[in-house]
Design a protein around this ligand. Structure first.
Ligand SMILES: [Zn+2]
Length: 354
């Protein structure tokens, strides 16, 4: 594809990475108010053997940190002696948001993840997106974009992908997650725009913002290894089968439970829990605890995402549920009996030191 020459060098504007070579680059995508460069960190690992070019990106939302560690560990800690192909590792896409520890670009609160593929003569966000897209995403064959839940909420690990596109579906399955939510994604998102351009891309959602959650990072790394195995980039690894899997249509089979009262929320189940129709998912209480509203599960399914910050106005989302068929529920129970609750991304806090 474009960018990988016949001689398998990786080229970008101003640089070339030869087979067998690794480069850590700070690539300028914009300028600050002081005229200093805004530079994103990029590691390009070009394997000695030919093969697909794969990008791994994180922190398109500047406060979503788990993926940063996944991308850095792949880039810096994995052994790539046997690598067949090229890895383009982009641990922090939204550098201004990352510095401010905010989701959006602090410049007019633009969402970098609605600005792809970008434009050279448009807003600051689209100019940055254009630099990233043209140099580091478009030359790839497949891509993985890591996210977490929005601040104040948390997600079990799941993949978002357009399962109607067979090339994207192959990539989504290769990641080996239990839950895949299928949609094209909104216009301007990295995964939709790269996929439409011809670089099949999936989003991985895992955990919460502002944290490193070791178990999610490890699960993310297993997914990357599985994808590299599927495409022959790492020939020694195996493709991961997660034990059970459900593919959800984003439009039809996913539900946000919303608050009908303002108040304080007590969640009765963790993210990743299986809840049955009619179960109390959470209760919303007033400040005096004299009034409480029970929120019931409208069907039997999984809590993919839940509230962490326990305050709501009427209409605010409480949790994100997906329906599970009976055979998938049985497979889930078998798997969890074997391995324990799989989606607990939290390492228990250390005992308080006195
Ligand atoms: Zn995000």
């Amino acid at each position: 594809m474009a960018g990988s020459d016949a001689d398998d060098a990786f080229t970008y504007n101003g640089g070339i990475v030869e087979p067998g070579e690794t480069q850590n680059i700070r690539y300028g995508i914009s300028e600050t108010y002081l005229g200093d460069p805004v530079r994103i960190p990029v590691t390009i690992v070009n394997g000695a053997e030919p093969g697909p070019t794969v990008f791994l990106s994180a922190a398109a939302h500047g406060d979503e940190l788990n993926g940063i560690e996944v991308v850095r560990e792949v880039a810096q800690e994995w052994n790539h002696d046997e690598l067949c192909g090229t890895l383009v590792c982009l641990p922090v896409l939204n550098v201004p948001g990352f510095l401010a520890q905010e989701r959006y670009l602090p410049i007019y609160d633009r969402d970098l993840n609605r600005s792809f593929p970008g434009r050279v003569d448009s807003t600051s966000a689209k100019r940055m997106a254009h630099q990233i897209f043209r140099n580091f995403l478009a030359p790839c064959d497949i891509g993985l974009d890591f996210h977490t839940s929005t601040r104040g909420r948390t997600n079990m690990l799941h993949v978002r992908a357009d399962m109607d596109d067979p090339d994207v579906a192959r990539l989504a399955r290769a990641f080996g997650s239990n839950v895949i939510i299928s949609s094209q994604g909104p216009s301007g998102t990295l995964r939709r725009e790269t996929s439409e351009y011809g670089v099949p891309t999936i989003t991985i959602e895992m955990g919460e913002a502002h944290r490193f959650q070791r178990q999610f990072i490890d699960r993310g790394l297993e997914g990357v290894a599985s994808v590299l195995a599927e495409y022959g980039v790492h020939r020694t690894d195996a493709v991961r089968w997660p034990g059970w899997r459900t593919v959800i249509d984003d439009e039809k089979e996913k539900t946000w439970l919303r608050a009908d009262a303002g108040g304080l929320v007590e969640m009765h189940h963790d993210r990743g829990s299986l809840v049955y129709e009619g179960d109390t998912v959470c209760t919303i209480t007033n400040p005096f605890k004299t009034d409480s509203e029970r929120v019931e599960a409208p069907f039997t399914g999984l809590l993919v995402g839940v509230l962490e910050n326990p305050v709501v106005y009427p209409g605010n989302p409480l949790c994100h549920m997906v329906e599970l068929a009976a055979d998938t529920r049985r497979a889930l129970k078998r798997e969890r009996a074997r391995t324990g609750p799989e989606d607990d991304g939290d390492v228990p806090p250390p005992p308080e030191s006195r």
